[in-house]
Design a protein around this ligand. Structure first.
Ligand code: SF4
Length: 332
């Protein structure tokens, strides 16, 4: 079997918290605390969870925008987290990113053609000025923008058009993987749908893999193949889309899903309203990290941390409920 396009094994990213005037570390923010997943070519994996759960930190670590504390990251079977900057540079082309805010992620002083030309030049993907202009025109076609867009500045476009330009910039490097970090969160509902449809089309046309980072399960449902749910720096459930949405096995997944509107009138989901805020990742709760907000927590949850384990075909969850007799498990 060939190696997955991206493999992340036991990834940890801890940030020191300065606590005294002398600058000594008072503790660590355990933003990502042992996360593992794989993405195949042409596949979409969605990393979901509330703000502060560590999902964007995972994306930044994969892109090597920050150093990692522990674990390993492999692209096509090759470890990339321990490469020097010059060793990593040719591989960087293969992983691109689309950020949340299309207003701040484009340089306001650059015409669109210059924004798109930058990665093409940086990675040596055009050999002449004519080649470069042709590549830019093709990118605009790909993201369904007119060719006259190339001579305009970012402020002349709407939010959705700017996000199309952000996607074109990511595509300019001819990547295998695009990390979409809350890439549609700042957009209006109808524009969101257009950008999601565009990403799906591009994935089919170009065989791209996507790591889709989002807090919005309603959007994820339309476009993903698999989902990994994060809570306080850990993956608490992962499964194919069908299993996650039809039969979640972790109370946190269940709570997130219960807030997603059901499209068919008459169908309802039992609503679980999460109490309180996400606890501090400096001092996460003992036992199961979700026990302070879980409606089903029992004594064992406060003493022992549950591990991810298989609970059906291609579905894993970390929850002690699944050791109870079926009649006592509300998620069976
Ligand atoms: Fe809730 Fe306990 Fe399961 Fe954690 S292990 S999700 S606290 S039932």
């Amino acid at each position: 079997m060939s190696a997955p396009l991206l493999a992340v094994n036991g990834l940890k990213k801890h940030f020191a918290v300065r606590g005294s005037r002398r600058g000594g570390a008072a503790g660590f923010v355990r933003a990502v605390d042992g996360v593992s997943f794989e993405i195949a070519r042409g596949e979409t994996l969605s990393l979901v969870g509330e703000s502060g759960c560590g999902k964007s930190t995972v994306g930044r670590a994969v892109l090597r925008l920050s150093d990692i504390t522990a674990g390993e990251i492999l692209l096509d079977g090759q470890r990339i987290d321990d490469l020097s900057a010059s060793e990593f540079r040719p591989l960087r082309r293969r992983m691109q990113v689309v950020f949340q805010d299309p207003f701040s992620s484009l340089n306001p002083r650059l015409r669109i053609k210059d924004t798109l030309a930058e990665p093409i030049r940086n990675f040596g993907l055009a050999t002449s000025g004519a080649d470069l202009r042709k590549a830019i025109a093709e990118l605009l076609d790909t993201v369904r923008l007119p060719h006259d867009a190339m001579d305009r500045f970012p402020h002349e476009f709407s939010g959705g058009q700017r996000q199309r330009i952000g996607i074109a910039r990511a595509l300019a490097a001819k990547p295998d993987l695009i990390i979409c970090d809350e890439a549609v969160s700042a957009l209006d509902v109808s524009v969101k749908a257009q950008i999601v449809n565009l990403l799906q089309d591009l994935q089919r046309e170009l065989g791209l893999a996507l790591l889709f980072i989002s807090h919005d399960l309603a959007i994820v449902e339309h476009m993903t193949h698999r989902v990994a749910v994060m809570y306080l720096g850990k993956i608490v459930e992962t499964a194919r889309k069908r299993e996650i949405f039809a039969s979640p096995k972790h109370p946190y997944t269940f709570a997130l899903l219960s807030a997603v509107p059901v499209p068919e009138p008459g169908n309802t989901r039992t609503r679980i309203v999460l109490r309180g805020d996400v606890p501090s990742p400096i001092n996460p709760p003992q036992g199961c990290r979700f026990n302070t907000r879980c409606p089903y927590a029992f004594d064992r949850c406060r003493a022992e941390e549950p591990q991810l384990r298989p609970l059906g075909e291609a579905q894993w969850a970390a929850c002690h409920l699944h050791d109870l007799p079926a009649a006592e498990n509300p998620l069976r």
